[in-house]
Design a protein around this ligand. Sequence first.
Ligand SMILES: Nc1nc2c(ncn2[C@@H]2O[C@H](COP(=O)(O)OP(=O)(O)OP(=O)(O)O)[C@@H](O)[C@H]2O)c(=O)[nH]1
Ligand SMILES: [Mg+2]
Ligand SMILES: [Zn+2]
Length: 320
Amino acid sequence: MEGNLDVHPPGGPDHRSEPGPAAPLLGTLVEVQRRTATVCGDDGSETRCQYSPTIDLAGFSNFAVGDRVTYIRAGTQQEAMITGILPRTSKISRPGPKDRISQELILAANVDALVVVTTPQRPDFNPRMVDRYLALAEIFGIGAIICMNKADLEPSLPAELEYLATVGYPVLAVSAKQGLGMEELRSALEGLKVVLSGPSGVGKSSLIRKLIPGADPGVAEVREGDGKGRHTTTSSNLYRSGGVCIIDTPGIRELGIRGVSKKELAEYWRDFRPYLQSCRFRDCAHRNEPGCAIIEAVASGKLPDFRYQSYLRIQESMEE
Ligand SMILES: Nc1nc2c(ncn2[C@@H]2O[C@H](COP(=O)(O)OP(=O)(O)OP(=O)(O)O)[C@@H](O)[C@H]2O)c(=O)[nH]1
Ligand SMILES: [Mg+2]
Ligand SMILES: [Zn+2]
């Protein structure tokens, strides 16, 4: 088309001769507040932006850390502004009630994997908690990596984690306090955008401090009496260093399994899947039905009892 002056380049008429609006830039939300958000541009610079009043919120309920956005920098005529949002590859969210989808709360967007942080002690090892986060990762359609922190207190892996490694979940033993296993963890996370999950006090913020030079998430002692955490992290942030990108969000601590029916739940236990077609009843809930392949697999030792117990307890806790 060389020389054909009637053809405009893609994106509209040529503005070179007049001071038109600046071209939008691309970036990732690293902190989200009610009226402003911080964008880390693809060039590495950070910009505090307002939300453009003309953004079309139809189809999504809120901006979240990890969202890819278009934005403009501050100029003589305007404030720095987020102008658009790109489609998400995944989201970690709390669903709204069925008739109020817009009340969905998105905690993090474009996440590749959930890092399930657990401890051998302080707080006590809790396999049901690990299974709950693994199921959440399966429900969100993202990967899961198990990270046992505080290995300085007890270096050997609990049998439950040894088993979970055999069904395909990467398991790492680390100590944020002593810096053990940090290189292995860093290489497991390389190239991924991950959310750290796990109950209060397991050391999520401490791990970020070790992995991301200069990051300063709050860290607090677990309580003397019961070894539980204090819910120190209260805002969502995205931290980046080299190829590692970590989201610390307080919402993940209490995230329940919702938006899934009790009958579907077993599909999210990765090791249950090979048996699900063999139950006598197609709508088997795997509780006490005759001819249940899951119950038989547990009885014969093919599936460990702890996985079945966490399945039962989580299913009981679901509303339907
Ligand atoms: N012994 C030991 N203690 C650790 C280790 N990592 C963290 N801690 C301690 O555990 C306590 C809680 O750590 P945080 O990093 O605040 O835990 P968190 O998971 O971010 O907690 P919330 O923000 O409340 O969810 C602090 O006293 C840390 O010093 C570790 O590897 N070994
Ligand atoms: Mg924290
Ligand atoms: Zn069954």
